[in-house]
Design a protein around this ligand. Structure first.
Ligand SMILES: Nc1ncnc2c1ncn2[C@@H]1O[C@H](COP(=O)(O)OP(=O)(O)O)[C@@H](O)[C@H]1O
Ligand SMILES: [Mg+2]
Length: 470
């Protein structure tokens, strides 16, 4: 089923009339098409929507923030006054916004729901994760502007759309809070004409008409009942009533003329992307070496294998796992002989990378037959936490146990011999299944860290190189 047609009201200025427009537009649209489900939500943390539409008791556990927690949008929707459905507001959105990943979470969440008809989204003046998600999901973006600076700000919205491969023509400008008593000499008679000319000049599309500044409308939110009254019931005598009717008609026609809703488009893209990711994942699993690089213990991708590390040689694309115990032995013997075999200490030392970070092992050229090896502990982002370098012989190793490899042996057995400056970024996975690490999100993070390591090396080299100044 196609999801709802989504109208996002956005403008990076506060007090331009976004919330007033969103709430009243919902009622005027309902007036035009009684059978059409209209739903409203606001990512602004004031409770205007609730104060206007709430019928029963507030429901603190059902609010807009939960759209990102997997709860279906239709389960969050309450039937409100005037036949408009609404999702209750929430005052703690700011703290929770870090959890939102990507700009398409909202589109995906609404797509999973049974919402239909038109969904109107009111946003805050900040281009935060909520606003970005609301812009990304939109079939239409209405941008109220009240003066030249608010029109200039529209560029940020337009840039966002461009960055996300969405058309700038989704934006439509609506001059709001226009004081028609102020008149200009010349071709632009008032600020509406002036703003419209500015907007068209900058390549934006505009709605016909505008919304006047009206003292009557301003008082609708201040009255002893604590409610906020709509224009249609409490300011019917003002020109704003006519203006909103006219706007609602334009918006409704656009809805009727709209092609497949945006959500359908997002859903199709998601399916294609999912299929591609599943394919890449299967390829990665198929490429894995059959056992631990050091001891050869057979790999069980679907079994929990504590303390193993994933690694990949970029030059040969060989990839696989090293058991935690093998790695610890190697590091201990080659890098930390002073620990005198105290595995516990080394394990504690490595506990960060084992569960949530990375280890970087690097080979550099030293004297003949010798290798210089660096070990760095990296945090989740690939930032170096600490490190140590050693210089040891490439041929002889202090083998105390037949199964133990030395660091030079690991490199010579694994990486392409002709590549210089081998580097291995090892990804630890505390308690996860090996296959889990190769899932898209985790693998992407590993790739990002690997790229960062290489970029940092290039920078280091250029700092050392005297030709840099030439
Ligand atoms: N057409 C209008 N005429 C006069 N005052 C208005 C009008 N529209 C909104 N207001 C008032 O302006 C203030 C800001 O409006 P609001 O819709 O909350 O803007 P935003 O959501 O962009 O911050 C509110 O006090 C509102 O009552
Ligand atoms: Mg607002």
């Amino acid at each position: 089923m196609a999801g709802p047609y989504i109208i996002t009201i956005a403008s990076e200025k506060g007090g331009v009339g976004k919330t007033t427009l969103a709430t009243n537009l919902a009622i005027y649209l309902k007036g035009l098409a009684e059978d059409l489900p209209i739903t409203l939500l606001s990512f602004d943390n004031h409770f205007t929507v609730d104060r206007m539409f709430q019928l029963g008791k507030p429901t603190p556990d059902r609010h807009v923030g939960q759209l990102f927690n997997g709860i279906r949008a239709d389960e969050l929707t309450q039937m409100g006054q005037y036949g408009v459905g609404y999702i209750p507001s929430n005052s703690n959105l700011y703290e929770e916004q870090q959890q939102i990943q990507g700009n398409d979470s909202l589109a995906a969440a609404i797509n999973r729901s049974n919402l239909s008809g038109i969904l109107i989204i009111d946003t805050s003046p900040v281009l935060d994760n909520y606003t970005c998600n609301a812009l990304f999901a939109a079939d239409r973006i209405i941008v109220p502007i009240k003066d030249a600076p608010s029109l200039e700000n529209c560029r940020h919205l337009s840039d966002f759309l461009t960055r996300n491969q969405r058309s700038k023509s989704l934006l439509k400008i609506l001059p709001c809070m226009i004081d028609t008593r102020i008149r200009f000499e010349g071709p632009f008679r008032n600020s509406y004409h002036l703003l419209k000319a500015f907007a068209i000049n900058r390549g934006y599309r505009c709605y016909e008409g505008f919304i006047s500044k009206s003292p009557k409308v301003e008082t609708l939110s201040t009255n002893p009942s604590g409610r906020i009254f709509p224009v249609i019931t409490h300011a019917r005598s003002t020109e704003v009533h006519l203006q909103l009717s006219h706007l609602a008609r334009q918006v409704y026609i656009e809805y009727l003329d709209s092609g497949p809703a945006r959500l359908q488009e997002v859903a199709t893209r998601h399916e294609e992307e999912d299929a591609r990711q599943r394919h890449l994942y299967r390829e990665r699993v198929a490429r894995l070496e059959p056992g631990c690089f050091c001891c050869g213990t057979p790999l069980q991708t679907e079994e929990i294998w504590p303390n193993a590390f994933y690694l990949e040689d970029a030059a040969t694309s060989r990839c696989g796992f090293v058991e935690g115990n093998c790695l610890l032995k190697m590091l201990q013997e080659d890098f930390y002989p002073e620990l005198n075999g105290n595995r516990q200490l080394l394990q504690e030392f490595l506990s960060g990378p084992v569960t949530s970070g990375y280890l970087l092992l690097r080979e550099r050229k030293a004297g003949p037959g010798m290798g210089m090896y660096d070990l760095y502990l990296l945090d989740r982002e690939g930032e170096r936490i600490s490190g140590r370098s050693i210089e040891i012989s490439k041929t002889t190793s202090d083998v105390t146990d037949a199964k133990t490899m030395s660091i030079p042996e690991l490199f010579s057995g694994l990486v392409a011999p002709e590549t210089e400056g081998h580097r291995l970024v090892l990804m630890g996975y505390g308690g996860k299944k090996p296959a889990e690490l190769l899932k898209n999100q985790n693998y992407l993070k590993w790739q990002k860290v690997f790229d960062r390591v290489r970029i940092e090396e290039i920078e280091e080299q250029s700092e050392l190189s005297p030709t840099r100044l030439a």
